[in-house]
Design a protein around this ligand. Structure first.
Ligand SMILES: CC(C)(COP(=O)(O)OP(=O)(O)OC[C@H]1O[C@@H](n2cnc3c(N)ncnc32)[C@H](O)[C@@H]1OP(=O)(O)O)[C@@H](O)C(=O)NCCC(=O)NCCS
Length: 151
């Protein structure tokens, strides 16, 4: 990630009024060819891995991309990285019952990554960002208190 990207991410996180108290931060860096190798090691792995980590809505999106393997694999890597970062942002109690497939990282109204589903509390807000360059993809998640609840 370039320095300018990381600086703009930090600025966005600080200036965005939708989040107040920060309770958790998670980051994950994925080497995309490692995910690709995992997906195609055996014919059944793609379906098994996808069903284990993808939310229903993500599974539908991934299936629609299957003809362009590069895009498809990058999408799976993106979902993986966001959920690993999300996991790291959660407290121990919620980590112990964390299931990747319970969480959806797609916002149907926007291309911005997000998190929904899972065990989101009503007083929580999540900020999600992703960047990739070549074979590497990075996701970061901030978990905080939602604006409505902090007023
Ligand atoms: C704990 C976990 C997040 C570590 O990820 P990883 O890819 O092995 O390693 P990373 O390099 O990304 O992260 C390692 C760092 O995460 C941090 N970390 C470790 N456990 C953590 C936890 N429970 N919460 C937050 N951060 C944690 C540590 O700083 C660690 O650094 P260290 O190894 O120098 O101590 C991961 O192994 C895991 O358990 N994920 C669970 C989510 C899940 O369901 N995964 C898919 C299963 S199909």
């Amino acid at each position: 990630m370039s320095l300018s990207k990381s600086v703009s991410f930090a600025r966005a996180a600080i200036s965005n009024a939708a989040i107040r108290n920060i309770h958790g931060l998670g980051v994950d860096l994925v080497y995309v060819p490692r995910i690709t190798a995992l997906l195609y090691r055996k014919p059944v792995y793609l379906a098994k891995f996808s069903q284990r980590i993808l939310h229903e809505a993500e599974y539908v999106r991934a299936t629609s991309m299957i003809d362009c393997r590069e895009r498809h694999d990058l999408f799976i890597a993106r979902c993986w990285a966001i959920k690993e970062a999300l996991f790291k942002s959660l407290d121990n109690g919620r980590q112990s019952c964390f299931q990747m497939r319970d969480w959806n990282t797609i916002d149907p109204t926007s291309s911005r990554p997000t998190v929904s589903g899972g065990s989101i509390n009503k007083d929580e807000a999540f900020f999600v960002t992703v960047t990739h360059d070549g074979d590497y993809l990075l996701a970061a998640v901030i978990r905080g208190q939602s604006e409505e609840m902090s007023q």
